[in-house]
Design a protein around this ligand. Structure first.
Ligand code: SF4
Length: 411
């Protein structure tokens, strides 16, 4: 298969299995954990095994989606990086072997003969330069075209760099591959965000696979592990917060206060700081920290200050609301909890974007990074991941085929 997000793969997922969720439910019966791991375990050697390159059709799809399913437990950690990098390389190699990009998820077409005027070809492909080797000629050849509307969705450079004619952008093989990689990144992002939503429904198989992936990823990236980070608990980065959380932090009018502060901010800040990738829904704060210091020093003051910025100030108006904060953090209705109280109520998870839009539409002012995002927490984790990846690369970390693409703005 040339692309796990291409039309053939989409048809298989929909027609043969009934959708991604259904596909993930049956994968554990067909693909052993070790077989799924073979798709990435070669990464350190850099040599893609022949049998992985030759995987075809449903088998190829099942092993790829097994790995995607595992990423539901941490869509923006090191595990994602290893799955993304390995699979970009596998599919890239297959594309080169097949010698065509027609049929990948990017709607590229072979350029019909005679469509590009001869004089344009002469200039762009330097057809009269007899000193060029056949390989150089092949690289210059504008062999692909893509409708401009689709092209602009993926392209971030200037249009001056591209030959455009009759509503199409024309690309060399290299340009087409660049575009395909961007599209792969975008589809990958979309898929892991979708799967994050259903992680609680996934069989235990995926959690086990995720743990094994973590071992491979830590081994592979051990030199740049510190630079990359791994979506573990770390100090909050306010600059990377999503727009809705920034609005809540700035203080909101009375009708929005309780939702913005008690529901959104309390859940977002606590999970983002203490447990960005909860392994299960019923996780408690005491599963993530050994004392309440970080909650009292780094989370509660931010919530209280945001409440004070509301008009009228939330906690002056409703002092008992502090108890409600602790309640939403899972300590029951109290204003002086101990760690042991954690679990007395549910630790509320940040509401999904759709819920925020329904309950407090004024808070949702999406920016370009909100594309494909279904929960404010994943927005934050994605931004952290992209920043850490950039840092990892910028400070001399290993590069990989996907990272070179600067796919960070593809969400
Ligand atoms: S789309 Fe989601 S993350 Fe973005 S502002 Fe709206 S609610 Fe927040």
């Amino acid at each position: 298969m040339l692309d796990p997000f291409g039309p053939e793969a989409r048809r298989l997922v929909k027609d043969e299995f009934g959708g991604i969720t259904e596909l993930l439910m049956i994968i554990p019966s067909y693909v052993g954990i070790d077989a799924a791991l073979e798709r990435v375990s070669w990464i350190k050697s850099g040599e893609i095994p022949k049998d992985i390159l030759e995987l075809e059709g449903i088998r190829d799809l099942l092993t790829f989606y097994a790995l995607l399913g595992a990423l539901a437990f941490s869509p923006y950690g090191l595990e994602r990086e290893v799955v993304r990098e390995a699979n970009l390389r596998i599919y890239h190699r297959r594309i080169l072997q097949k010698g065509t990009l027609v049929g990948v998820s990017t709607p590229l077409e072979a350029v019909p003969g005679g469509e590009i005027p001869e004089r344009d070809r002469t200039i762009l492909e330097r057809t009269h330069h007899t000193e060029l080797s056949p390989d150089e000629r092949r690289k210059l050849r504008l062999g692909y075209r893509i409708h401009l509307s689709k092209f602009l969705e993926l392209w971030e450079g200037s249009l001056k760099e591209v030959y455009v004619r009759n509503g199409y952008a024309y690309l060399t093989e290299e340009g087409a591959i660049e575009l395909w990689k961007r599209s792969f990144e975008r589809n990958f992002d979309r898929a892991v965000n979708l799967l994050y939503e259903i992680r609680d429904e996934l069989p235990d198989y995926y959690l086990r696979l995720y743990e094994k992936l973590g071992e491979i990823a830590r081994e592979h990236y051990k030199e740049r592990l510190e630079r990359m980070g791994s979506a573990k608990a770390q100090p909050l980065r306010f600059d990377l917060f999503p727009p809705c959380v920034k609005i809540a932090l700035g203080g909101v009018p009375s009708g929005l206060r309780n939702y913005a502060i008690t529901v959104l901010l309390t859940s977002f800040l606590s999970y983002a700081r203490l447990c960005p990738n909860p392994p299960r829904r019923d996780v408690r704060i005491k599963d993530c920290v050994s004392d309440l210091g970080v909650v009292e020093r780094e989370i509660l003051p931010v919530i209280i200050e945001a409440g004070n910025r509301c008009s009228p100030p939330l906690f002056e108006d409703q002092p008992h609301e502090v108890k409600n904060i602790w309640y939403h953090l899972g300590f029951g209705l109290t204003d002086s909890p101990t760690l042991e109280d954690s679990g007395n109520s549910t630790w509320y998870f940040p509401p999904n974007c759709s819920k925020i839009r329904a309950n407090a539409p004024e808070l949702c002012r999406p920016d370009r990074d909100c594309r494909n995002i279904k929960n404010p927490l994943t927005y934050y984790l994605r931004k952290l991941y992209l920043e850490n990846r950039r840092k990892g690369e910028g400070e001399g970390g290993e590069t990989d085929e996907g990272a070179k693409e600067g796919g960070e703005e593809n969400g």
